[in-house]
Structure formats: structure tokens, C-alpha cells
Design a protein around this ligand. Structure first.
Ligand code: SF4
Length: 294
């Protein structure tokens, strides 16, 4: 059986590690902080239980710890994780007098927050194209709540009909960092049909713009697709894209999740890593699939 792996090494905007720019950069920042300050560091993360493998290695070796419980941080020095921190978390940190060493929020997440503030300051009602469970939603909602504005989340075209605004009210649209452009185009067409005063900030990150078309290519080319990842954002989007072109899509969070029965009778399967899965881990999964077929 042939195993086709999506190789991101030559893809513009994706570091050779296979991680996305934001995660790669955050990992480097964490490492630098550990070297400079030693143990006693806490990373505030929206989803600490699912932090990326590069970080986990650091946690095991260096004693840096990931948490989303601000009250548990007392003696430690603080770092904000790659997915950013909502306003109330930042306020809480100031109230607790915690020392902030570094903010590893992904630059695309920061850009998205800036776009949101700009649209809110222009008096727009906010529409976010995103899944409701995306980890970025509490942060974006927190920003809008501070400005006493309502937010409408649109996952699919039909949700546009539920936006409680009239035709001429100003609508500001931002896009979840990990969003599939094909869905974006369809939803935007519907928004433009319904509203007359629309401002759009396309805040999809470079990683989703590069990674998702590769998933489509792979899904069209193989009999089954394995997606190796665990994030609500990118992994879910990759699954959405793959399922649009292939009805045999399997998702794994770790190599042990692979199941021999998925590949029975197949001659060509594909695998692709999400934004927090290193290229090395994907290689290990490829070897495991090959050994299952042997
Ligand atoms: S997937 Fe995109 S937005 Fe999310 S951390 Fe990576 S580069 Fe940043």
C-alpha cells in the first residue's frame, strides 16, 4: 500500500517543522523564556489539556506549566499562550499583580483582534464567520462584550438568515483565523445579498490559506485520508475540507489511534498533519500505517 503524506516543507508560510507560524513562534518564545528565567513559569492557555506536543516536551523537561486557571498562578511568572487571552484574563492578571514575561499570541490572532476593534469602533455590528466551538470565540466575544456589542456567529449560509439586523444597519465581518475559503465565499455572497452596508476584514491566517487547499488535493487523490491533529480550529477545518471530497476520512490525535481495519483492501491512502503536529510525528504515523499494511 502506498501512503501519500502532504509535505509542507516547501510551502510558503509554513515552517519546515510542519507547525504553523503561530505555534512555531510560540514554542520558540517559551523555550527562550525557560532559558532566561528557568522554572516557575506558567503559560495561560485557552486549552491547556490539548497543548501542542512541542510545548508538552518543554513542560516535561523544564517544569513550565500550562493552565487556564488564573487563580492557580501565584508564585509563577506568566506567559500568554499562542491562542491569546480574553480581556478578562488580562484584567485578572493585572489585579493579581502577576509578572507578564511574554505574550506568545499568534500575530494572526492579534491582527484579528485589531480588525474586530476597528469594526466595532466604526459602529458596526459584528458577524464572525466561524464554528461556534472554535477556541477563539470566547476571546472575540469578550472584546465585543467590553464594547457592549452583540456578536452573530455564522457557521453556514443558513445562519445568515438568523442575524437580527435590518438591511441598512452597518455589518462588520471578520473571519475565523482557520476558515475554509470555499465556505467563506458562499456565506459572503449571502451576507452581501441581505445587507447593504457591509465591511469585511478577511482575517483568515496564512496557515489555513496554505494548508486547506493541500487537504483538498490529497482527499481527491487517495482512497482514505488520515488527519493527524486535535485542535478545534485547524483540525476541524481539515476534516470539513477532506469530507467534502472523500467519504473515508479518519482523525487521529496520537499514533496509537490508527486502526488497521480502516485501510483493508486499499492501495493508496493519504495523511496530513494539522498546524500543531510536527512533520516528524507525521512521518512516524506513515511508518505505522505501512507496517499495518505489511
Ligand atoms: S493556525 Fe493560524 S492563527 Fe492559529 S496559531 Fe497557527 S498561524 Fe496562528
Amino acid at each position: 500500500m502506498e501512503v501519500v503524506k502532504v509535505d509542507f516543507r516547501d510551502t510558503k508560510g509554513i515552517p519546515p517543522s510542519g507547525l504553523c507560524v503561530g505555534v512555531h513562534r510560540a514554542g520558540a518564545m517559551h523555550r527562550k523564556m525557560v532559558q532566561k528565567h528557568g522554572n516557575g513559569l506558567a503559560v495561560w492557555s485557552l486549552r491547556p489539556e490539548n497543548d501542542f506536543i512541542a510545548f508538552k516536551a518543554l513542560e516535561d523537561e523544564e517544569g513550565i506549566r500550562s493552565t487556564n486557571d488564573m487563580h492557580s498562578i501565584k508564585e509563577e511568572k506568566l506567559i500568554y499562550g499562542v491562542r491569546g487571552a480574553p480581556p478578562e484574563v488580562r484584567r485578572q492578571a493585572r489585579e493579581q499583580g502577576l509578572e507578564l514575561l511574554a505574550d506568545a499570541t499568534c500575530p494572526f490572532v492579534v491582527q484579528q483582534e485589531e480588525a474586530e476593534l476597528e469594526l466595532l469602533d466604526q459602529g458596526c455590528h459584528l458577524v464572525i464567520l466561524s464554528s461556534r466551538t472554535h477556541h477563539g470565540i470566547p476571546r472575540l466575544m469578550g472584546i465585543a462584550t467590553e464594547k457592549e456589542r452583540e456578536v452573530f456567529i455564522v457557521e453556514k449560509e443558513e445562519d445568515v438568515d438568523d442575524i437580527r439586523l435590518t438591511r441598512f444597519e452597518p455589518v462588520g465581518v471578520i473571519v475565523q483565523t482557520t476558515f475554509w475559503m470555499e465556505s467563506y465565499k458562499k456565506i459572503m455572497a449571502r451576507i452581501l445579498e441581505r445587507f447593504a452596508n457591509v465591511r469585511i476584514r478577511n482575517t483568515a491566517c496564512i496557515d489555513s490559506l496554505q494548508r486547506l487547499p493541500k487537504v483538498e488535493e490529497l482527499a481527491r487523490d487517495v482512497e482514505a485520508v488520515v488527519i493527524f491533529g486535535w485542535t478545534e480550529g485547524m483540525t476541524n477545518r481539515m476534516e470539513e475540507v477532506a469530507k467534502a471530497f472523500n467519504d473515508k476520512v479518519y482523525r487521529i490525535e496520537k499514533i496509537e489511534d490508527l486502526d488497521r481495519s480502516w485501510f483493508t483492501g486499499m492501495s493508496r491512502v493519504g495523511i496530513v498533519g494539522a498546524n500543531e503536529t510536527t512533520d516528524e510525528r507525521v512521518d512516524e504515523a506513515v511508518e505505522r500505517i505501512k507496517s499495518m499494511a505489511a
